[in-house]
Write a protein that binds this ligand. Structure first.
Ligand code: GDP
Length: 332
């Protein structure tokens, strides 16, 4: 990842003007540097972002976005690496986006330290990228979908999204994905706990990783009964989340996992659920961008004469804060 340099005038860098159309064309040809640069532009949320979003919009729509969620240490990273290997073996292009909501540092550095980077280094069918979202206005809500779009436009068949670090963003990641994998490990939270945490609701595929450890059978059983109790899968044609056992470190069960992903992808297409999820995601994205814009405008209003006048009227009892706020929103 190259540094983006100092603050630049709108739409251009200090040294080079950003030719967004050219970058997108190169990314579509699969040029890794162009992909990296586009993701940086998205992440920086700079003035070029609307242009980048507009240039990306007509392309893509092909990738299956797979979110991996689960407690730290459950094996998300290891599973991601193993899955990349299996998917590459099937000739698929794969993107990996590791989102770290707890870190303000971005780029390749975070993941560069991780062993898994070595596994797929030099393979031009894999894009691996980490993204720090702390301190972003809207954070995950819109930086991540745009980065996913870049990977989609670059021709990825599957994009794996994983959260690293600590965060309550597990459910948020699920909301970005076409397919959500929920990982559990024996003794690290059984099915009942999972049900309590609400993660069974978002799971499309359940993974019991570390199946080499004692208690895996029990975790699988607990999950199956928790799923049956939930009853959300009884409708005709409904998706029933499979429970897949894996030993990610040994690659055991990872073929089964890849098969479950492909089956879910086929179901998304045949049931219409894929379109429904995409529409819901686009609506949330628009909302997040609009809210950011609204916040910016509110920032401009703060300390303004107009707001001062409204405040004076509230103090004088001529109006109330609710009416004053409605007036203010109308003016925005
Ligand atoms: P993450 O925090 O969810 O990304 O978890 P990691 O992938 O970093 O894995 C945490 C630890 O568990 C590492 O030391 C892995 O080597 C180990 N681990 C991952 N999968 C397995 C597995 O299937 N069996 C065993 N015994 N250890 C595993």
């Amino acid at each position: 990842m190259t540094p983006e340099g100092p603050a630049s005038p709108p739409g251009r860098r200090g040294r080079d003007p950003v030719d967004v159309a050219d970058l997108v064309a190169r990314a579509r040809d699969g040029e890794a540097r162009a992909v990296a640069r586009l993701i940086s532009l998205v992440e920086d949320a700079g003035p070029a972002l609307p242009e980048v979003a507009a240039a990306l919009a007509p392309h893509g729509g092909r990738a299956q976005v797979v979110g991996l969620t689960g407690a730290p240490g459950v094996g998300k990273s290891t599973t991601t690496t193993a899955l990349v290997g299996v998917l590459r073996g099937r000739g698929l292009r794969v993107g990996v986006l590791a989102v770290d909501p707890s870190s303000p540092f971005s780029g390749g550095a975070l993941l560069g330290d991780r062993v898994r980077m070595q596994d797929h280094a030099g393979d031009d069918g894999v894009y691996i990228r980490s993204m720090a979202t702390r301190g972003h206005l809207g954070g995950l809500a819109w930086a991540t979908p745009q980065a996913l779009r870049v990977l989609d436009v670059a021709g990825c068949d599957v994009v794996l999204v994983e959260t690293v670090g600590v965060g309550q963003s597990e459910l948020e990641v699920a909301s970005l994905a076409d397919t959500t994998l929920v990982l559990l490990a024996p003794g690290m939270g059984d099915g009942i706990q999972a049900a309590k945490a609400g993660i069974l609701e978002v799971a499309d595929v359940l993974v019991v990783n570390k199946a080499d450890r004692e208690g895996a059978d029990r975790t699988v059983r607990d999950l199956r009964s928790a799923l049956a109790l939930g009853g959300r899968h009884e409708a005709p044609g409904a998706w029933c989340p499979p429970v897949v056992r894996t030993v990610a470190t040994a690659g055991t069960g990872v073929e089964d996992l890849a098969r479950a992903l492909a089956e879910h992808r086929a179901w998304l297409a045949s049931s219409g659920e894929g379109d429904r999820r995409r529409a819901a995601r686009a609506a949330r994205e628009i909302e997040a961008v609009a809210l950011t814009g609204l916040r910016e405008r509110m920032g401009q209003v703060r300390g303004s004469a107009a707001l001062g006048a409204l405040a004076a009227q509230v103090v004088a009892g001529r109006t109330d804060p609710f009416r004053a706020a409605a007036l203010l929103l109308d003016q925005l």
